[in-house]
Design a protein around this ligand. Structure first.
Ligand SMILES: NC(=O)c1ccc[n+]([C@@H]2O[C@H](COP(=O)([O-])OP(=O)(O)OC[C@H]3O[C@@H](n4cnc5c(N)ncnc54)[C@H](O)[C@@H]3O)[C@@H](O)[C@H]2O)c1
Length: 248
């Protein structure tokens, strides 16, 4: 626990059912926050929530597919009717390892629908309400793939570079309204997304990390909690959580 002043605050987390999203739900719940967990895998999402908060007092699950903007906006209306959102964490992503030679128009569109279009429209909806209350914290999950080219992931890396740019646009626009917007750029995290990488490829990537290992989801979640803290002078920043894989 960071004691970030989040007790009683309400946090909306996308892609909450597994991996980093599940660690974010645990971390914000441990800070005493109310958590709205938005996810397309309703079964896994409910199981996570039931395990952490059996009475359903401080964690609510919301079922939506972020590719569907109308469904996402409807899900946000459900959350808002429960409690006004103080913190938004745009965490969900559509992974894609296709190189620039392989990527199809369909895969390109799907990656951008989840990783950028949904982030933009959900952030705009939530930020509109935050402005009226004069307070808000927004944290977007990008990736080292958006900061430096990787051999694979043409659409993924480009969408994550877009996340970083979009965060700065919102940060500048919302700075006068008491709302901070920041980005976290992890390298590899020990989640199902990474465990799907072939072991020899993973070993090769890990060897390039100065700290000599990949991150735990908890280590990345702690940075998100810090960026969502009540007391902060940080906005428009990109926090690298990469074990030294990119020093800039
Ligand atoms: N795992 C890594 O090594 C790594 C590295 C850098 C950045 N990241 C970023 O961290 C974030 C979390 O990654 P992760 O490894 O936990 O991913 P993950 O694939 O393990 O989990 C993503 C979650 O998002 C949900 N999701 C995906 N598409 C959705 C949609 N259309 N609608 C609703 N929910 C959807 C999935 O069901 C899943 O629960 C992502 O933004 C990712 O790009 C991850």
């Amino acid at each position: 626990m960071l004691d970030a002043g989040l007790a009683g605050r309400t946090v909306l987390i996308t892609g909450s059912a597994q991996g980093l999203g599940a660690a974010l739900v645990r971390a914000f719940h441990a800070e005493g926050a109310y958590v709205a967990a938005l996810e397309r895998d309703d079964v896994a999402n409910r199981a996570l929530a039931a395990g952490l908060d059996p009475g359903g007092k401080r964690i609510r699950t919301v079922h939506a597919d972020l590719r569907d903007l109308a469904a996402t906006e409807e899900a946000y209306r459900t959350v808002r009717a429960w409690r006004p959102v103080d913190v938004l964490v745009n965490n969900a992503a559509r992974p894609s390892a296709a190189s620039l030679w392989e990527i199809t128009p369909e895969e390109w569109d799907e990656v951008f629908a989840v990783n950028l279009r949904a982030v933009f429209f959900l952030t705009r909806a939530v930020a509109g309400d935050m402005r009226e209350r004069g307070h808000g914290r927004i944290v977007n999950m990008a990736s080292i793939a958006g900061q430096t080219p990787r051999p694979t992931g043409a659409a993924y890396g480009t969408s994550k570079a877009g996340t970083i740019a979009l965060s700065r646009v919102f940060a500048a626009e919302l700075a006068g309204d008491g709302i901070t917007v920041n980005t976290v750029a992890p390298a590899m995290i020990d989640t199902p997304m990474v465990r799907s990488v072939a072991p020899e490829a993973l070993a090769g990537l890990t060897a390039q990390v100065p700290l000599g290992r990949i991150a735990t989801p908890q280590e990345v979640a702690r940075v998100a909690v810090f960026l969502a803290s009540e007391e902060t002078f940080v906005t428009g920043a990109t926090y690298d959580v990469n074990g030294g894989a990119l020093m800039r």
